[in-house]
Design a protein around this ligand. Structure first.
Ligand SMILES: [Zn+2]
Length: 148
């Protein structure tokens, strides 16, 4: 059940990041998981939905998981090496008695995607609001691409 606590930590950090960014809504969470993580991303997603069910700012955000490497140490020969595998073997001696650096987080929130609300309401003065130039003549491919 410790995924619940882990997810709570992620939710707190995402909320804090959104506040700092002045966002009204978090749309994406980018997370990295190291091989030391003994849980599935799906369980984090499940708890995330549960925890943010009534949270307007965080509800419905997409979670993106990436694998990260972690520092591992061979208990047999002391070799230290980075690995992305949950059950690595030592590159020096082949032993599978390998431990992960306990100081490294199993999961980290690396970035959040936010929606900072309707434009123009509290925009700073100045007229450098970047209007996208209207697209010129569209390319020959028709929208949808179907030729039927
Ligand atoms: Zn070794």
């Amino acid at each position: 059940m410790h995924e619940l606590g882990i997810t709570q930590g992620i939710v707190e950090r995402a909320r804090e990041a959104a506040r700092q960014a002045g966002a009204v809504k978090v749309t994406d969470l980018f997370l990295t998981i190291t091989p030391a993580a003994d849980f599935q991303p799906e369980s984090i997603e499940m708890y995330y939905e549960m925890l943010t069910d009534e949270d307007e700012m965080l509800r419905g955000a997409a979670l993106h998981f990436a694998r990260a490497s972690i520092a591992a140490t061979c208990l047999a020969c002391g070799e230290e090496f980075p690995t992305e595998t949950p059950r690595p073997s030592c590159p020096a001696c082949g032993s599978q008695q390998v431990t992960f650096d306990p100081r490294e987080a199993m999961i980290q929130l690396t970035d959040v995607g936010v929606d900072d609300g309707p434009q123009g309401e509290s925009a700073p003065a100045g007229d450098d609001s970047r209007d996208e130039p209207a697209p010129a003549d569209p390319p020959a491919v028709p929208p949808g691409g179907s030729t039927n």
